[in-house]
Design a protein around this ligand. Structure first.
Ligand SMILES: *Cc1c(COP(=O)(O)O)cnc(C)c1O
Length: 382
């Protein structure tokens, strides 16, 4: 029997309604055409599916359909936004700002740009994981081209005040990119109100398929992006490559579904998460990492003092969880997010992330809580 899945922050299963929508674009009796084929109905019908999905995304994000660019996921969206904005207009230098708690797909873009001659300011978060607007204000310069800060952190679930951070960028005439991979479909994102120029999302974080995402690119602003993928000039020249119609249709349906159920899911999942923390907090020497309330409803990042996280995870045979982020779980380095928050290496190495989702039940929470209690107690008694 497979363990109980509590790793929804790493990825989610595709919702049945989303699978059904995707199947409409696969197979000989489906709309399998190339959306870029302009000369026949196969192409037109596939394009219609792609444009329906664009409408779905634009409706949920409160933006224009012309502001949605399809990509292969948030990694690519982040690359296109950050490298694309920095390198636009033939630029090879300038000032950029990001934070040390960002996802690797953001950090590595900035590291690469540093190597190309750009000057990067790396903001440290508060101990609760949030990036302070005052710290950004201090770092902004007259020549700052771009700021990239995430909406919610993938390891801790801690939510940044992107409205306040974006306002500072706008007042400074600086582009603002937000990695919203963890929040799209989970928190309200009203791009008609928020001062955001670029925003990354990924379908597999909101019960859509893996390998597809989108980048919101604000129109009527100074945003110019140097394409990172050259070819047929798809997506208004910003991202070439045949559109993955079935994946895109799945993303649109998944985001629409997530928006429909957002309030009810947040409430239910948040209650289960609180119930799990309520049980586990009774164990001695267990610490909650990150801000206690400015946090996504499904996240629980905990340190079990004196216990090695990898040992704990392998002893917890009945539950599937991760230490740090899935992207770094191949190495034994402590989480860069937790150490950036000022937590010790030892504390970070005894931390695990539990993330709940749509399929999580009260019964599962009870089973997991009892299992963790007994494993932690037995590991500590050795
Ligand atoms: C998952 C995730 C990514 C990477 O998204 P992919 O679509 O898997 O490439 C980037 N940033 C954050 C915050 C994430 O959670």
């Amino acid at each position: 029997m497979k363990p109980i899945y509590l790793d929804y922050a790493a990825t989610t299963p595709v919702a049945p309604r989303v699978i059904a929508r995707m199947l409409e674009f696969l197979g000989e009796d489906a709309e399998f055409g190339n959306p870029a084929s302009r000369s026949h109905a196969y192409g037109w019908l596939a394009e219609e599916g792609v444009e329906t999905a664009r409408r779905q995304v634009a409706d949920v994000l409160h933006c224009d359909v012309r502001e949605v660019v399809w990509t292969s996921g948030a990694t690519e969206s982040n690359n296109l936004a950050i490298k694309g904005a920095a390198l636009a207009n033939g630029r090879r230098s300038g000032h950029l700002i990001t934070a040390t708690t960002e996802h690797k797909a953001v950090l590595d873009c900035f590291r690469w740009l540093e190597g190309q001659g750009f000057n990067v300011t790396w903001l440290s978060p508060l101990e609760d994981g949030r990036v302070e607007p005052a710290a950004l204000q201090q770092a902004l310069r007259a020549d700052t081209l771009l700021v990239s800060l995430m909406h919610a952190n993938n390891e801790t679930g801690v939510i940044n005040d992107i409205a306040a951070l974006g306002e500072l960028c706008r007042n400074n005439g600086t582009l603002f990119h937000v990695d919203a991979a963890q929040t799209a479909g989970k928190l309200l994102l009203d791009l008609s109100q928020l001062p955001i120029d670029l925003l990354s999302i990924s379908a597999h974080k909101f019960y859509g398929p893996k390998g597809v995402g989108a980048l919101y690119v604000r129109r009527h602003s100074d945003v110019r992006l140097e394409p990172q993928m050259h070819g047929g000039g798809h997506e208004r020249g910003m991202r070439s490559g045949t559109l993955a119609s079935h994946q895109i249709a799945g993303l649109g349906e998944a985001l629409a579904l997530a928006a429909e159920q957002m309030n009810e899911n947040s409430l239910r999942i948040g209650n289960l998460r609180n119930q799990l923390w309520d049980r586990l907090s009774r164990l001695p020497d267990v610490y909650l990492n990150g801000h206690p309330s400015q946090r996504l409803p499904g996240h629980l990042n905990l340190a079990f003092a004196g216990i090695d996280a990898d040992m704990l995870i392998s002893a917890l045979s009945q539950v599937a969880i991760s230490s740090g982020s899935a992207c770094t779980s191949a190495s034994v380095e402590p989480s860069h997010v937790l150490t950036a928050m000022g937590l010790s290496r030892e504390h970070a190495l005894s931390s695990v992330r539990l993330s709940l989702g749509r399929q999580t039940t009260e019964q599962q929470v009870e089973t997991v809580a009892a299992h963790i209690e007994s494993v932690v107690t037995s590991l500590r008694s050795r």
